[in-house]
Write a protein that binds this ligand. Structure first.
Ligand SMILES: [Fe+2]
Length: 393
């Protein structure tokens, strides 16, 4: 049953989940449901949720205005199951939506909420990228949502049958979110050129890597559009860093420890740029967040660790490099003109085979979107899909 209730400090509708009881516990108010679930609400937290701004739904209470005057005089279950609170300082009665409270009790306030669980893959699980017909993804909202969920779960998808128009990749990416700019522009061409500023602009092969480990926050997702691919060679290769990391954690804990704890300095260099960052090759980040691999070896420059750690750090680098090249983990496929590979640049390592420029032309266009914007779009779409199952308000 869905019904109108107190406004919530966000833009979603919640299933009505009436409280069965409420009890005070010191400075906390404990909301209870009939199935035994509870949410312990600290009084200052309840005060912060009381008077949010109505158009932005953002909080208004300044931290310096918290104080003992925010005292709960009474708390009860309203006739409709909402939480009622009367404040001692101003005698105001606040009502809190029990479905909104319940989603917090269920842990759905966390960043990973409303996102799919990551699915680690090797070449037996995913011999080729999860593939969608591009025009259908762009034309059908539910297919778009399924595609974006697969992208978050596997970190790699492919859209086929799109145009070779140079604006195509930007059009697809902007359907998800804003582009992340870079020193070579928000959208860039990848083609072998004379006097390249990066190994990317040569015809040599590139080993498994993630772009821009020299930045504090490397780009999140990469969109890679094939416009022409007529050279001999030049196939795309992908390796799931999550799968390799889990394998190492189980089978080579020494390498895993070195890769996740010992830091290297990454140095992105150019005539006018000097990017530097120090971090481990497998950056586990914080709980609930996706891992970040830093494997673009052309810019891994200096061990940032004690001398006695350097030999085991190098052994671990080699082990990771070999596994990432192992056909058990690495897949190889050739993109056709009009295809777009989309992948999590922080998780999935990309590589390419060398190609022969005399035999044709290999022209790709790419852009980045921050992970935040991918996940934001996905949470909105998944939450709206869940709302659509509720009865009309
Ligand atoms: Fe790259």
């Amino acid at each position: 049953m869905a019904m109108a209730g107190p406004l919530t400090p966000d833009f979603y509708r919640y299933e009505w989940h009436p409280l069965s009881g409420v009890r005070p516990d010191g400075e906390f108010v404990v909301a209870q449901w009939a199935d035994g679930a509870e949410l312990r609400c600290y009084r200052w937290w309840l005060a912060e949720q009381r008077d949010f701004e109505l158009s932005s739904r953002e909080g208004l209470l300044e931290p310096c205005d918290l104080g003992d005057h925010w005292h709960v005089a009474d708390a009860w279950v309203e006739a409709d199951g909402a939480l009622g609170v009367r404040w001692a300082n101003d005698d105001v009665v606040s009502r809190y939506h029990p479905g909104w409270l319940r989603h917090i009790a269920d842990g759905q306030f966390r960043p990973e909420s409303f996102l799919p669980e990551p699915i680690a893959w090797d070449s037996s699980v995913l011999p080729e990228p999860v593939t969608y017909h591009g025009p259908t993804v762009l034309g059908d909202p539910e297919t778009f949502r399924r595609w974006l969920n697969d992208l978050a779960a596997y970190g790699l998808t492919r859209l086929t049958s799109l145009s070779v128009d140079p604006n195509q990749v930007e059009e697809v990416a902007r359907r998800v979110g804003v582009l992340r700019d870079s020193n070579f522009g928000p959208v860039w061409d990848i083609e072998a050129v004379p006097d390249p500023t990066s190994t990317a602009y040569m015809s040599i092969g590139l080993g498994p890597h993630t772009d821009f480990p020299s930045l504090e926050t490397p780009p999140g997702f990469q969109f890679f559009h094939c416009i022409e691919n007529s050279c001999v060679g030049g196939a795309s290769q992908m390796t799931d860093g999550l799968a390799v990391a889990r394998y190492l954690e189980k089978h080579d804990p020494d390498a895993y420890d070195a890769l996740t704890t010992l830091r290297w300095v990454f140095h992105g260099r150019g005539a006018e740029v000097d990017w530097r960052w120090s971090g481990p090759l497998i950056d586990l980040g914080v709980a609930g967040a996706p891992l970040t691999l830093r494997t673009f070896y052309p810019v891994r420059t200096f061990p940032d660790m004690a001398d006695e750690d350097v030999p085991r750090a190098y052994r671990a680098v080699k082990v990771l490099g070999e596994l990432s090249r192992d056909p058990r983990f690495q897949i190889t496929y050739k993109l056709e003109p009009g295809d777009i590979s989309i992948f999590d640049n922080r998780r999935v390592q990309h590589a390419r085979e060398p190609f022969e420029t005399a035999t044709g032309r290999r022209l790709f266009r790419g852009c980045y979107i921050n992970s935040d914007d991918i996940y934001s779009k996905l949470r909105v779409l998944n939450r709206r899909a869940q709302e659509s199952k509720l009865a009309p308000a």
